[in-house]
Design a protein. Structure first.
Length: 481
């Protein structure tokens, strides 16, 4: 791994334009920007390249140091982690509002860290408004008038940042080992952020019992056994009709976008609630986008406890007593967690038939039980996603191992496949040359896919087929005219 980039950390009170500045500096739309305050909560990481140099940019949530509510306190704690790692702090202020008591308090807080910091006086949309920025000189640090929305003054801010911190050449930062991008997806409040923190070994995402706590996508890089993983904690996805705030609607869009750039999707299911229609919808997003998928059933410790209690209650009923021999008492140790796991996985397979290729792991993100099983599974499905089978080996398999007549649908023209080759990877896509004049029936494609998976290891990854249709001969064309 290369040396970590020095970080420029953006802080400020809510709704002063921190996320807009982050997006401008990084040249992305990673942070959600709306007029609703308090949208950014976790730390959002990005990279800025300026004059051939690279620097890390960190967006933090709006700070309210005296607010005792859970989420504002967690935002402050997350910001303090970023501040401790910072090479330069940028306090964003709103020139339209002037110097507020909260701006003064935050300036004192940043000064007490001993870190260099500057002020980005935002919303200076014209030269006449620069006088509004001058009032912030009373805070005793350099002031840079900027208009984050339009980019005005951002170049001066970056020049000052490069002058104050030791940065690396952007080309050097690009040299890194193979990276596996993993999107953590699921409904709100199923434990996505808790699992991210468990996998990262640090409190990287805010965890709260309030559904919808995570709104932005939160990226975290983890290096383990010489492999690098970038985990993307996405916002909980729910149906459009269930979202009300503009930020909630945007967060769903951002979650879908985070899924699109991933290699592997970790679909988190609440083990207590079971697989819902919402889970099936999210799973379909992952399958349609061609991501490799692992189904992680979270809160398994709670699910086992709930099933054990339900078994005890059932045993106390007249029906339960009738199942036992006269005088025989129910014994709690007779409860079989292994049987529960088997039945639960069977239920998942029935409800998510289109993800039959996805491995299932039962875990508890909170306690860490079985969580480390995810890393070998991620490696396995990421490798399968990039696996390429040589053409001679594919055609040998087709000739020797596949009985094409078994897959032929009744009353259909017998299928002959003359040639097969792998067109691309991620996901594995195969090109078929057949004797058919119409596309293969989906059941026949499923038959081929099952045969292919039985021979080659494509665990966790979807498989696609492209068919080259046989051209209709001139005689048949003439009869149509």
């Amino acid at each position: 791994m290369t040396t970590r980039l020095p970080s420029l950390v953006i802080v400020g009170r809510p709704n002063v334009g921190k996320s807009t500045l982050f997006n401008r500096l990084t040249g992305t739309r990673r942070s959600i920007v709306t007029n609703e305050p308090g949208i950014t909560r976790d730390r959002i990481y990005g990279k800025a390249e300026w004059r051939g140099r690279a620097i890390e940019i960190v967006d933090t949530g709006g700070l309210l140091p005296d607010d005792k509510a859970i989420i504002p306190q967690e935002i402050l704690r997350q910001a303090r982690v970023a501040i401790d790692e910072a090479a330069l702090l940028v306090l964003v202020v709103d020139t339209h509002a002037g110097v507020t008591p909260l701006d003064q308090e935050l300036a004192r807080l940043l000064r007490s860290t001993g870190k260099p910091f500057v002020i980005a006086a935002n919303k200076v949309d014209s030269g006449q408004q620069e006088a509004n920025a001058a009032t912030f000189h009373e805070l005793g640090v350099p002031v840079f008038p900027v208009a984050a929305e339009h980019g005005t003054g951002v170049d001066d801010l970056l020049d000052a940042a490069l002058a104050q911190v030791s940065v690396v050449e952007s080309e050097e930062e690009e040299k890194r080992p193979d990276l596996i991008e993993v999107a953590i997806i699921g409904r709100p409040n199923v434990g996505k952020s808790t699992l991210l923190n468990r996998m990262a070994g640090e409190e990287r995402s805010i965890v709260s019992p309030t559904p919808g706590t995570t709104m932005d996508n939160v990226d975290t890089e983890v290096t383990r056994d010489a492999r690098t993983y970038r985990f993307v904690d996405t916002a909980g996805i729910r149906r459009k009709g269930k979202t009300t705030l503009v930020a909630e609607k945007l967060s769903v869009v951002m979650a879908r976008r985070g899924l699109e750039r991933a290699d592997v999707a970790l679909l988190i299911v609440d083990g207590v609630q079971g697989v819902t229609q919402g889970d099936a919808q999210i799973a379909s997003y992952a399958e349609e986008s061609g991501r490799s998928v692992i189904i992680a059933v979270n809160k398994w410790d709670l699910a086992v406890e709930a099933a054990r209690e339900a078994a005890a209650l059932d045993a106390a009923t007249a029906k339960g007593k009738s199942k036992r021999a006269p005088g025989e008492k129910h014994r709690p140790e007779d409860f079989d967690p292994g049987r529960l796991l088997y039945d639960y996985e069977k239920l998942i397979r029935e409800k998510l038939k289109f993800l039959s290729y996805a491995p299932v792991v039962f875990l508890s993100a909170k306690t860490g039980e079985r969580a480390q099983k995810l890393y070998p599974l991620i490696d396995q499905v990421a490798d399968a996603r990039r696996r390429r089978i040589p053409t001679p080996e594919l055609n040998r398999w087709l000739k020797e191992d596949v009985d094409l007549q078994r897959g032929t649908t009744p009353k259909a023209r017998p299928v002959r496949i003359y040639y097969i080759t792998q067109a691309k990877i991620a996901p594995p896509t195969f090109l078929l040359f057949t004797n058919q004049k119409t596309p293969l029936h989906f059941s026949y494609e499923r038959f081929l896919e099952n045969q292919l998976r039985a021979k080659f290891d494509f665990a966790g990854t979807p498989v696609r087929f492209i068919q080259r249709l046989r051209k209709r001969d001139k005689k048949s064309r003439g009869s149509d005219e």
